[in-house]
Design a protein around this ligand. Sequence first.
Ligand SMILES: [Fe+2]
Length: 305
Amino acid sequence: MTPYRVPLAARLVDSLANQAPHLPDAAVDGDLLDPDVNRAYQALRATAIGAEDLWAHCKSMLDGVYLDGFVIIEAAPLLDLGPEHGPRAATALLTWLATPLNVLDATPLWKPLGTDPEQVTSTGYQPFQIDIVNATRPPDYLAQWCLRPDPRGGGHTLISHLRRAVLRLDDEERRLLTDRAFTHGDFAGLRGVGDEYRPFPVLDGREHRDGFVRFDARILPGMDSREAHTSAARALEREVIAGQRRFLLARGDLIVINQHVCAHGRERLGPDQATVHDDEHRMLHQMFLRARRGSTHTSLGLARR
Ligand SMILES: [Fe+2]
């Protein structure tokens, strides 16, 4: 078994399939999953056969000593439970790791990440980033569930270990990246992610349990190329690319990424997207997650506000 890929045991799928119809809807209370729903979903971990093994594997991949910072759960059998029970079972599974976080009012917890061939940006290369980089508390984890891969074979997921990339920089580059010299886009309407951080440092000097490497390569084209901070950020981008891992998400693959450790990106989709039928485009659903208070090594305790 490839360590970062983890299958769902048949008996665990059976447990989730049996329980999903009896679970409450994934209602949100403010920015986080409703506490009663969260409790009901988490309780499954104690009773579902194989849940503890899956949880332990995912936690060690995401937060443990090997620190890959991501894991891919092969969750196609949950997709097969249908549009109501499938997402509910997947959400329940994710609550074992952290608390679902909804950063925008009036949007679904699972946000569709479709592709629109009319918009070049949605089919092109997506450079390395952590999501909501310009917040004091970006989401701790990001989950993406592949409902449909690109029928033209493109759109490979890219993951790179930010902490290792930073270690390959020289001291002066690292020093420049601790300056509050970087800005990114809009913050309006976001909740559950702290305050707007503007300007922000790329390196906040904190370790991976609570700090971030606030890197989003989309800020680079707007920066002054003669400026030392730009050069340092470009050096980090080179190291992030040098360390990248690349793979195609298959139907049902559910990738969970620790944003304290890894940046994500995506290769361009395959050719001739305009001729792909509307309901055959690549489709991912995305959800943010907030780590629980105290330790990233426990799934118990109160959600951090
Ligand atoms: Fe993203």
